[in-house]
Design a protein around this ligand. Structure first.
Ligand code: PLP
Length: 397
C-alpha cells in the first residue's frame, strides 16, 4: 500500500539519507501542492526555484508530451531540431554567444570552471575567485568553488585553483587577484547564502576590474536566472555583461536541464572533444525549456515577478514591523528572504503547518521563491499565513 508511512519507510530503507524530507507530496497545480493526506499547501519554494511557471502548466506539459512522442534522445552525435532553437533563445536574451547544455547547476558551473582553465591555459592562468557564502554545487570542483566550509568537510583533498573573496567587497576581490587568476565567479543574488543581492557598485566594480585585468567574469545564474529576479537574468539589473553565465534550476520548469551561455569572445573556447555530457540538450529537455521561455515571454512573467515581488516585499515589511525577531526583509523580484535574529528552522516548520511551503536557509533566513506566475491573491494569502505563524511563534519563543 502507498500510505505515506510506507513510502517513508521504503525511502529510509533504500534511499541514502542525503536529505531529511518531511511531507509526502503527491500532486501539484499552479501555485499549490497537495500531500498524501489531501492537505493543500501554497508552494512558495517552487522546488527551490525550479517550477517557475507553476505546477502542471499546460503549455509545458503539452511540449513534454509532444516531444516525448516524437524524439526524446539521440545524443549529441546528431543534430536535433530543438537544441539550436533553445540556444538561440538563450543567447538572444543574454550574451549573444553560444551555449553548452548539461543537466544541473553543478554541471553548468563545472563547465564554466573548465572553460576558464582552457581559456587561461596558455597564459598560466587557472585560478578562479569566488565569494564567501556563495553556492555553486556539490561536485568536487563546484563544492570547492562554494564559499562555505560546511559542504567541504571530509572531502579533502580538494581540487586546487580556487581563491575566495568577500561578497560585496571589491577590495577583497582585488586582494585575491594574482597573475594566475583566470576568472571571477559571482551570483547576482546569493541564494543558498541567505538571499543576498549584490550591490550595484560591487557588480560594476567587478566588471571593470575583470576588463582591466583581462580576465573573465562569470555569473552563476542557476538560482537567480530565467526571470526569477524580474529580469531574464540577474546580472541584467546591473548594466554589466559577464563573459558567461551558468543556468539550471528554473530553465526546464521541473524538467532537468542546465546550460552555459557565453558572450561571443569565449564562444569558441570549447572545441570538439573539450567537454561533453551524454544527456546534455536532449530534444525533450530543450523542448521543456523552450516552452518555459515561451510562457515567460507570452505572459510577461518577468514583469509579474517585479510587481508581485514588490507587493510581497511590502506585505512582509508590514509583518516584520509587528515582530521583534524579524531583522530584515531583502531580495530582488521573487527571490525574497525574511531575515530573523534567531534560527529559522522552527518557523519553516510552523509555516508548513499553516499551509505555506518555504525554506530556512543560512540558518536565520526564511527563503521564498514563489513561481513567477504567482498572483496577488496568492501573495495576500501567503502574507496572512506568515503573519499568523509569526504570531504563534512569538508566543512560544
Ligand atoms: C542550486 C544551485 C547550484 C547547484 O545546482 P544543482 O542543480 O543542484 O547542481 C549552483 N549554483 C547556485 C547559485 C544554485 O542555487
Amino acid at each position: 500500500m502507498n500510505t505515506p508511512q510506507n513510502i517513508q519507510e521504503l525511502h529510509d530503507r533504500y534511499v541514502m539519507a542525503t536529505y531529511a524530507p518531511s511531507l509526502t507530496l503527491v500532486r501539484g497545480r499552479g501555485t499549490y501542492v497537495w500531500d498524501a493526506e489531501g492537505r493543500r499547501y501554497l508552494d512558495f519554494l517552487s522546488g527551490i526555484a525550479v517550477t517557475n511557471i507553476g505546477h502542471g502548466h499546460p503549455h509545458l506539459v503539452r511540449a513534454i508530451r509532444r516531444q516525448s512522442r516524437r524524439l526524446m534522445h539521440v545524443s549529441n552525435l546528431f543534430y536535433n531540431e530543438v537544441q539550436p532553437r533553445l540556444a538561440q533563445a538563450l543567447a538572444e536574451r543574454s550574451l549573444g554567444g553560444k551555449c553548452f547544455f548539461c543537466n544541473s547547476g553543478a554541471e553548468a558551473n563545472e563547465a564554466l570552471i573548465k572553460l576558464a582553465r582552457l581559456w587561461g591555459h596558455s597564459q598560466g592562468r587557472y585560478e578562479i575567485i569566488t565569494m564567501r557564502n556563495s553556492f555553486h554545487g556539490r561536485t568536487l570542483a563546484t563544492l570547492t568553488a562554494t564559499g562555505q566550509d560546511k559542504v567541504k568537510k571530509g572531502f579533502d583533498p580538494l581540487p586546487q585553483g580556487f581563491a575566495y573573496a568577500e561578497f560585496n567587497d571589491l577590495a577583497s576581490v582585488k586582494a585575491a587577484l594574482t597573475e594566475r587568476t583566470a576568472a571571477v565567479l559571482v551570483e547576482a543574488v546569493q541564494g543558498e547564502g541567505g538571499v543576498r543581492p549584490a550591490r550595484p557598485d560591487f557588480m560594476q566594480g567587478l566588471a571593470d576590474l575583470c576588463e582591466q585585468e583581462g580576465i573573465l567574469l562569470f555569473c552563476d545564474e542557476v538560482q537567480c536566472g530565467v526571470g526569477r529576479t524580474g529580469q531574464w537574468f540577474g546580472y541584467q539589473h546591473y548594466g554589466i555583461k559577464p563573459h558567461a553565465i551558468a543556468l539550471a534550476k528554473g530553465l526546464g520548469g521541473g524538467f532537468p536541464i542546465g546550460a552555459v551561455v557565453t558572450a561571443p569572445a569565449v564562444a569558441d573556447i570549447f572545441q570538439v572533444g573539450s567537454h561533453a555530457t551524454t544527456f546534455g540538450g536532449t530534444p525533450i529537455a530543450c523542448a521543456a525549456a523552450l516552452a518555459v521561455m515561451e510562457v515567460i515571454e507570452r505572459d510577461a512573467l518577468t514583469e509579474n515577478a517585479r510587481r508581485m515581488g514588490a507587493a510581497f516585499m511590502e506585505g512582509l515589511q508590514q509583518v516584520a514591523g509587528r515582530y521583534d525577531f524579524i531583522h530584515e526583509v531583502r531580495g530582488t523580484g521573487l527571490m525574497i528572504g525574511l531575515v530573523l535574529n534567531q534560527p529559522a528552522k522552527e518557523l519553516e516548520v510552523l509555516l508548513r503547518a499553516h499551509g505555506l511551503i518555504a525554506l530556512a536557509t543560512a540558518d536565520t533566513v526564511i527563503r521564498f521563491l514563489p513561481p513567477l506566475t504567482v498572483t496577488e491573491t496568492d501573495i495576500r494569502k501567503a502574507v496572512s499565513i506568515i503573519d499568523r505563524a509569526c504570531a504563534v511563534w512569538s508566543k512560544r519563543a
